[in-house]
Write a protein that binds this ligand. Sequence first.
Ligand SMILES: NC(=O)c1ccc[n+]([C@@H]2O[C@H](COP(=O)([O-])OP(=O)(O)OC[C@H]3O[C@@H](n4cnc5c(N)ncnc54)[C@H](O)[C@@H]3O)[C@@H](O)[C@H]2O)c1
Length: 372
Amino acid sequence: MKSLPTIDFGHTSFDSAFERRDVYGIKTDLERSAKRRLNIGVVGCGGVAQAKWLPAIRYLQTRSEPVDIAGFVDPDAGAAEKVARLYGARRYPSLADLLAGQRLDLVMVLAPDREHAPIARQAIAAGVATLVEKPLARSLADASALADFAEERAILLGSVANKRFSPPYALAKLLIDNGCLKTAPSVFEGKFTLGYPYVDILESGTIHLLDIALWCMGPVARVSATGVVSADGRLESAIAMLNFQSGAIGSIVTSAAALSFKPWERVEIIGRNAMLTVDDQFELTLADDECGPSRTWRPVIPNTLMFDESFGGYPGLLENMFDAIRGLVPLGATGRDGVSAVALVAAIRQSIERSEWVSLHQASGGPRIISS
Ligand SMILES: NC(=O)c1ccc[n+]([C@@H]2O[C@H](COP(=O)([O-])OP(=O)(O)OC[C@H]3O[C@@H](n4cnc5c(N)ncnc54)[C@H](O)[C@@H]3O)[C@@H](O)[C@H]2O)c1
């Protein structure tokens, strides 16, 4: 292994706290404030917009990120007027009106799943970079068509995969890339549970874990899954076995029959006589020596610099999207990544329905699902 990488684990950087005497990281950052100023349109102003994305934008603005919210669109007048008042931007009756009234650099699509593809198409057709909440679309065909549409027009399409920017997962990926598992990862084991009866377990929750599996392990070649369907016809629990193209293997256990608030998620990634564990998206452990100590990273909860949305990965994902629009960095979670996660959900569903292995073929136009 090379050196252990460092990552902001929910607290301020050493440099900021000790050298610049800026414990909160709020003094003007000249390098950041000199970046090209971006104008954002927000479409969908409900739960995730109000609780996560808008506070994350405020957090970044407070830390010198030159971005402005240009306007909000939501058919729910109460929600749109509330955020317009709180964030000091206008409410527009439709995305068409917002696009006509403002020069936008980014449209954030935070509306319900079924609206993702049509709203994103409208923004992309207008030539504006677009960030779409997960799942990119409800069907693999719609998700692939959206990614194609963006590529044909050379417009940046980002998909929300916020866990990639959450400190324990971001550090786990850096450690893997640094060779801490001694080989390429050979086994992935993931568990995701919740207790809400009203969401689709795969599309609404487990898709985050599937994205982490794809990000850390590479593409999936085939899937065999089994599940329990509850009385209302919803998939309640599922277990999926995965063969990755690399030759690695994996398993996913997910259940909506569990609890929502505790314990909810665990990932184990094995290389060769070395293992990384991320527990509840909070604590990362590297065990790489039979007799020596394991290494553990976790945040300090009463730390005044801890920000829930940072740990969720929301500001990190936005920061990456903004810099990708400016042409400074590659996009960390692309539309194609969103397509791959939707394809894996579809393959798991098909395998459960037909009780058979399902292959994921990486065709030029995106993944295709083939029964085997
Ligand atoms: N990344 C995450 O962890 C995460 C968490 C929660 C939700 N989500 C995703 O975010 C999306 C929104 O979820 P939510 O929990 O905020 O839902 P929500 O129902 O609370 O909010 C959705 C909002 O979109 C509005 N809306 C409906 N149709 C619209 C349209 N055509 N144009 C503009 N706005 C429209 C609704 O009026 C509502 O205010 C979903 O796709 C969901 O899967 C992601």
